[in-house]
Write a protein that binds this ligand. Sequence first.
Ligand code: NAP
Length: 345
Amino acid sequence: MVLKIGVIGTGAIGQDHIRRITNKLSGGKIVAVTDVNKEQAKAIVETQNLDAKIYDDGHELIKAEEVDAVVVTSWGPTHEEFVLAAIEVGKPVFCEKPLAITAEGCKKIVEAEIATGKSLVQVGYMRRYDTGYRALKNVIESGKIGEPLIVHCAHRNPTVPDTYTGDMAIVDTFIHEIDVLRWLLNDDYVSVQIVAPRKTSNALEHLQDPLIVLLETKQGIRINAEIFVNCQYGYDIQCQVVGETGIANLPEPSSVVLRSEAKLSTEILVDWKDRFIDSYDTELQDWINSTLKGEVNGPTAWDGYVAAVTSDACLEAKESGNIVQISLEKRPEFYNKNLVVVEKI
Ligand code: NAP
């Protein structure tokens, strides 16, 4: 059984996903693509040697008969309309983050999905598929470190382009911690405060960098997270969970231990794509496998909504310096059950 996939948006991550589905993963075939830049979509079909139809518009692609499922990798502000359109025709959809650029937009998607009674939406929070985070979650759930009390983490990028805005530190960068930490701890957030230490001389004029985010969870776990996007030395993701009886650290990516020039060293990656390349593969393979079975196993539309509510609170906290409450209604029953409700493809 092959999942026939239509891809909306053939930019950087769209091309990556097309390549991995075509050359690396099994069970999926790209049968349709579209991009506002039609020449780019054409070029991808040609260079990747795809047997895929090029559509003028995402809505046509979603409705196309040959398309079983949709991957949305277009520009963030377009995600909401494409995910809603896929839900409307009952097609499974994998949407890169963000699910929508507002919490309100994510809520609309949640409501539309619940209304169909079918589990259709997965959001591209790939860190949940990282072997290191999975190992860390296993340790926490094994009880080996007792109940988690504190989490110390860091998200460091070597540099960012001039187009990077202050809000992107939350909505593009920290959003991954927002999702993965609540999954890791099986918890939700209740408040956030953001404080700014001395600014690095390497940040652009408009950018306060680094930032420290202080989150509190429902269970009372305190998280402190450093966002430092001009750290110069590498792309470095750190996460340490302090429990009642022990401490668990996110494993470092594997790398050769080098003895050379009177130094013992290991390489630090500089590109986020290299750090999480395996997670993207695992994530998309899992999406293909579960979609063929009529299931959604990964981050749901509800998770996309929670990420949006939390990032809105973070933006407010960054602006005001105050402690901002994060209030979420109860998770709908729809997202509590293990749904196998989509017709198998
Ligand atoms: P990108 O290179 O700018 O690609 C987006 C592509 O979508 C561009 O080719 C853009 O065309 C096209 N597009 C815009 N509106 C469209 C529409 N209405 N219909 C069809 N295509 C449309 O951006 P990217 O880096 O690939 O990012 C795409 C999305 O993936 C973003 O939401 C981003 O946050 C997310 N992402 C997630 C991760 C992750 O770690 N999970 C990593 C990277 C990106 P133009 O360039 O002509 O506007």
